[in-house]
Design a protein around this ligand. Structure first.
Ligand SMILES: *Cc1c(COP(=O)(O)O)cnc(C)c1O
Length: 370
């Protein structure tokens, strides 16, 4: 009697892409030589390129950076794909897994907008399972997510932890339980763009047991390298190999690799870790101080480097901050957030200014009411 093999994560890849080899670039052909005349590159460095590192096409997945990132995130190197920010990884996942016009993507609004944008571009149906706003803050409704994923034949479920903009982290047990329910049916993607600021451990450790979990990390937020566009997808090694074939031929620019490598060594990395602690402390202080203001209705607990704040009059708060030169994120067009602003944690001086502006606003409105 033959037993059908358990469906694996590769069964989630679009059928027409399963044996797709991608573009075979000059850099991927394993040849040896001293004089490289196979890629139509210039034999001379550009005069502006002092060290000459940009003359030739880069390694599509620079080995040294892959090793560093795998070490940083605590995963096997075969499970890590570097992309142009985690934004590219989101796009790759949607394109490689969702058949246009047929498959669906589950998201949990209010949440980061790129999942919906990528679904739209791929003509994948967007299934929304709203976060539930309760005493402890916004949280996903896991029973409803599993239900929606199964009934809509979703290939992807995007979870955001810590969630942007709501701030909550998702307990690992909930991620694991959801992944087990959706095994062979959907990939559960945990976007940990703000993972460095969270007290909840990374979901990367769950991939060993649940191959249908994928994790997104980035150097854009805690590591202060948003312009370098270095994001990582950590997932099943087979899935990573497939996605690599769907990616642009040279996705990681050499100057960005150099900058990232320098940022991930010794003193720079230690400084980054210190700054994460500084942000966490400032976040706690600002949360308390904002919650004490009469104009503030609610400050959500946050595991990220931002606070979601509900105001009695969000427009006035937004404009007051703006006229002091402080730009915060207006969340009022997001579902369930029609009175909310998202405020990033800045330097101590910047945080003090935010607080000062809002305190003066309250003092002003008291004077008017008196
Ligand atoms: C900022 C952000 C990203 C984008 O990260 P990049 O690596 O810069 O593309 C991804 N997810 C969430 C939730 C974010 O807030």
């Amino acid at each position: 009697m033959s037993v059908d093999p358990k469906p694996g994560v590769l069964d989630l890849v679009r059928e027409d892409l399963r044996d797709f080899g991608g573009y075979s670039s000059a850099r991927t052909e394993a040849l040896c030589g001293e004089i490289w005349l196979n890629a139509n590159e210039s034999p001379w460095a550009n005069p502006a390129d002092a060290d000459g590192n940009s003359r030739r096409y880069p390694d599509p997945q620079p080995q040294a950076l892959r090793e560093k990132l795998a070490g940083l995130y605590g995963c096997d190197i075969t499970r890590l794909l570097i992309g142009r920010g985690s934004d590219e990884a989101i796009d790759l996942l949607v394109r490689a897994l969702c058949e246009p016009g047929r498959d669906a993507v589950v998201v949990t609004p209010p949440v980061f907008g790129m999942y919906a944008v990528c679904a739209r571009l791929q003509n994948a149906r967007l299934v929304e399972v709203p976060l539930v706003d309760d005493e402890a803050g916004f949280a996903p409704d896991f029973a409803a997510i599993a239900d929606a994923a199964l009934t809509n034949r979703a290939k992807l479920v995007f979870l955001c932890s810590p969630s942007n903009p709501t701030g909550g982290s998702i307990p690992l047990a909930d991620v694991g339980a959801l992944a087990r329910k959706l095994e062979g049916r959907a990939l559960v993607v945990v976007d940990e763009a703000y993972g460095e600021f969270s007290d909840v451990a990374s979901a990367i450790g769950l991939i060993d047991r649940c191959s249908n979990i994928a994790v997104l990390r980035t150097l854009s937020k805690a590591h202060a390298l948003a312009a370098a566009r270095i994001g990582s997808l950590i997932a099943d090694a087979g899935l990573i190999a497939v996605l690599r074939c769907c990616q642009a031929p040279y996705p990681v620019p050499a100057p960005c690799t150099e900058l990232a490598l320098a940022a991930l060594t010794g003193a720079a990395l230690a400084r980054t870790r210190q700054r994460v602690e500084t942000v966490k402390a400032a976040r706690a202080r600002l949360q308390t101080d904002l919650a004490a203001l009469p104009s503030v209705v609610r400050v959500y607990p946050s595991q990220g480097n931002y606070l979601l704040v509900r105001f009695r009059d969000a427009e006035t708060a937004f404009q007051a901050l703006l006229s002091s030169g402080v730009v915060v994120r207006d969340q009022r067009s997001a579902p369930q957030l029609d009175d909310a602003l998202r405020i990033s944690i800045g330097t101590p001086e910047q945080n003090a200014l935010v607080l000062d502006v809002l305190q003066r606003l309250d003092a002003g409105s008291r004077a008017v009411n008196a």
